[in-house]
Design a binder for this molecule. Structure first.
Ligand SMILES: Cc1cc2nc3c(=O)[nH]c(=O)nc-3n(C[C@H](O)[C@H](O)[C@H](O)COP(=O)(O)OP(=O)(O)OC[C@H]3O[C@@H](n4cnc5c(N)ncnc54)[C@H](O)[C@@H]3O)c2cc1C
Ligand code: SF4
Length: 445
């Protein structure tokens, strides 16, 4: 497989609607009064209104309606589990012979138009003289920055990476979410006068105390950390990868042919695992297996991600856990696994505990092992702000996102406490927006 073929594999996988398809689809909408899709969208986008605007050719108005409610609406159009959210609530699901409106694709149609036409959708509010610092420029930080700037506050975003956008820019694979989309959302926020200090790590390059001294309020929107280690023998071998860094490389460095024809095992079954597995397939791997210690019923990725991976040819092996990574001359050659069973009382999330079956160990041949067992928590950063937290999940007041320090707020993955499903971009965006409203209340009353 040549480099240009690999690059082709990383182009956006789902095709956009053509203009006529978009209008036809928009015209199917019933424009329900009290529309259930609005309630099912965490950011409460006025969906019938943006769809009506598409139907009448007002794409600028449509994009504005979307982005007004959701500052990362172009990314969400691509990555939201729509069948569980807006599209899942569409009344047409109950109409025999019909199907839900393709809300995600229509949302993409309108925001793509705004992107291609390089329009600035919003303007800055009248200056209040208040200064707010935001740590992290992912969906939560961006969303809050946009809202605070529109309310007239002076906002500075501190971002450790070279570019802003968080996991939308670096973590979600290009063939689902191209980097340009996320960077356009960043530009929309920057055009309101928000200052982005990229390449600046809070806690290292600037200290929490300095932020608290210089700003009227601080929002912690730093997300989560890297993939934790498996804690088994052989993790230091060449060919053992961390899923988040692996995906990030495909978004930031030239693609290479090192995986062509290789066997890849991905450990975990959340959205990070799916992205790592589908990336491996597109990098030319001959066999990609997702290994999970529970069953399909308990995995945290969304059904659309599961389907996407299966269509890409990813194999799934349930009820197995890695016990040892095998190697030769410093490189991975195989993986030792043990079979598991679900036993005992269900935990708080209703999932039975997986336990190893003694004596059931077996080995498989692999060239790469990709660790995708979730993300660690940024405990040192949280503690350097002196915030109350539970195992690295910052404790916030319901609705206001205020932490144990009344001048510090927190939103997004840093307050995500786990659950049956993975964290979502749209939830982070909504929390950032609501935290901004609460900060505004505290600052101006
Ligand atoms: C591989 C993968 C695939 C995913 N797929 C989907 C999907 O399909 N659909 C979906 O809805 N969700 C998906 N998610 C989840 C989604 O990306 C997150 O829930 C969302 O990005 C959280 O937003 P956030 O702003 O809280 O954090 P992040 O997006 O993680 O942004 C936090 C930012 O803070 C910065 N930061 C951290 N520490 C510091 C510091 N000390 N100083 C300065 N900056 C700092 C980071 O560099 C980062 O840019 C996926 C996640 C991953 C990892
Ligand atoms: S943001 Fe997500 S949930 Fe909300 S309408 Fe758009 S695609 Fe649906």
């Amino acid at each position: 497989m040549s480099i240009s073929q690999l690059q082709e594999q990383f182009r956006e996988a789902v095709p956009a609607l053509k203009p006529k398809e978009a209008i036809d689809e928009a015209n199917r909408c019933l424009y329900c009064y009290d529309a259930p899709c609005i309630k099912a969208c965490p950011t409460s986008i006025d969906i019938p209104s943006f769809i009506k605007k598409i139907a009448t050719g007002n794409l600028l108005g449509s994009a504005r309606t979307i982005m007004e409610a959701n500052p990362v609406g172009a990314s969400c159009a691509r990555v939201c589990p729509t069948e569980e959210l807006c599209e899942g609530a569409c009344v047409l699901n109950h109409d025999s012979g019909s199907r839900a409106i393709m809300i995600g694709l229509l949302q993409r149609h309108a925001t793509d138009w705004a992107m291609q036409n390089n329009v600035s959708l919003f303007t800055r509010g009248t200056a209040t003289g208040n200064r707010v610092a935001i740590v992290g420029s992912g969906p939560a930080g961006l969303s809050a920055a946009r809202e605070l700037a529109r309310m007239g506050h002076q906002v500075t975003v501190y971002e450790a990476k070279e570019k802003a956008g968080g996991l939308n820019t670096y973590g979600i694979v290009s063939f689902r979410l191209p980097q340009d989309v996320s960077l356009w959302e960043v530009e929309q926020v920057a055009s309101l006068g928000v200052q982005f200090c990229t390449g600046v790590k809070v806690g290292v390059d600037v200290q929490p105390d300095e932020l608290l001294a210089q700003y009227d309020a601080v929002l912690l929107a730093c997300g989560m950390g890297q993939v934790p280690s498996l804690g088994i023998e052989g993790e230091e071998l060449e060919g053992v990868l961390d899923a988040i860094s692996f995906v990030e490389e495909t978004k930031t460095k030239p693609l290479d042919e090192r995986m062509v024809g290789k066997k890849v095992a991905v450990i975990g079954a959340g959205n990070t695992a799916i992205d790592a597995a589908t990336c491996s397939v597109r990098l030319g791997a001959a066999q990609v297996q997702i290994l999970y210690r529970r069953t399909a019923k308990e995995m945290t990725c969304y059904p659309f991600e599961y389907e996407f991976a299966k269509q890409d040819g990813v194999e799934f092996r349930w009820l197995v856990a890695p016990t040892r990574i095998l190697g030769e001359n410093g490189r991975v050659t195989g993986l030792e696994l043990v079979r598991m069973e679900l036993a005992g009382e269900p935990d708080a999330k209703g999932r039975k505990k997986p336990v190893p079956i003694p004596g059931s160990e077996f080995s498989i041949e692999v060239d790469y092992v990709v660790k995708a067992i979730g993300q660690s928590r940024l405990v040192p950063l949280i503690e350097s702000f002196g915030l109350a937290h539970r195992h690295g999940v910052v404790q916030v007041e319901d609705g206001t996102f205020q932490t144990s320090n009344p001048r510090v707020f927190a939103a997004g993955d840093v307050v995500f406490g786990g659950g049956k499903t993975d964290a979502m971009v749209v939830d982070a965006a909504n929390q950032g927006k609501r935290a901004a409203q609460a900060i505004h209340q505290v600052l101006v009353g």
